[in-house]
Design a protein around this ligand. Structure first.
Ligand SMILES: Nc1ncnc2c1ncn2[C@@H]1O[C@H](COP(=O)(O)OP(=O)(O)O)[C@@H](O)[C@H]1O
Ligand SMILES: [Mg+2]
Length: 200
């Protein structure tokens, strides 16, 4: 088991957003959480990342877990280049494999050496950067929140290949989206509705 959520609940301003959510995901699984806008998908991811605290419930990670996440609109150092941003993010944990990061940026159609400040990047380009930082340090539990947002066809196809490679390396990926992403082969699909998460 890579991650286990038990009976997670969360209120915002006395409104119950997440109610008794259980989720257990094994290594190497590709899992999908589908829910409409505002159903609480990002909230669940933020709880897993400890950005927000649940009102109740518990989360357990396996010892080897290294968490990577793309959540909502990723924020970057807006007046810096892509390279500076990724070097900075990779430097935090001293796990920066620059060759690997260059390969990832090329695959997703970004220019690693571009001088353009990321504040000038489009939604899709920022999304690609967000995907790169979520996987570039060999993270083995990867959360991708609406990862296809703003991506063109070529980038979508590349993302699909990347996901398949990561799963083949026994990494765990949880994707949240409002659409059904039928191009991906999920091992498990859950529906998030009225705060409750149910196997679909
Ligand atoms: N920090 C917050 N304070 C108050 N309400 C919030 C907060 N974050 C999210 N919400 C509300 O919780 C609900 C679920 O939001 P979210 O998890 O972002 O949904 P999704 O990602 O599925 O679109 C929404 O109604 C949203 O307005
Ligand atoms: Mg969201």
């Amino acid at each position: 088991m890579n991650i286990k959520l038990e009976n997670i609940s969360k209120n915002f301003n006395k409104r119950l957003i997440i109610e008794g959510v259980d989720l257990q995901v094994d290594f190497g699984k590709l899992v999908h959480i589908i829910g409409s806008n505002g159903s609480g998908k990002s909230t669940i991811f933020k709880i897993i990342c400890k950005i927000i605290e649940p009102d109740s419930g518990s989360i357990e990670f396996s010892d080897q877990t290294q968490l990577g996440a793309l959540i909502e609109n990723p924020s970057f150092m807006e007046d810096m280049s892509l390279k500076k941003n990724l070097q900075f993010l990779g430097g935090i944990k001293k796990q920066f494999d620059e060759e690997k990061v260059i390969r990832l940026t090329e695959r997703l159609g970004l220019d690693y050496d571009s001088k353009v400040k990321v504040g000038k990047y489009s939604v899709g380009m920022r999304q690609k950067m967000g995907i790169i930082q979520a996987i570039m340090e060999d993270q083995n539990l990867i959360l991708l929140d609406e990862p296809t947002r703003g991506l063109d066809k070529a980038a979508l196809a590349e993302l699909k290949r990347l996901i398949e490679e990561l799963i083949a390396e026994n990494k765990t990926i949880i994707i949240a989206s409002h659409d059904n992403l039928s191009e991906l082969n999920f091992d498990e699909q859950y529906l998030l509705e009225e705060g409750r998460l149910q196997l679909n």
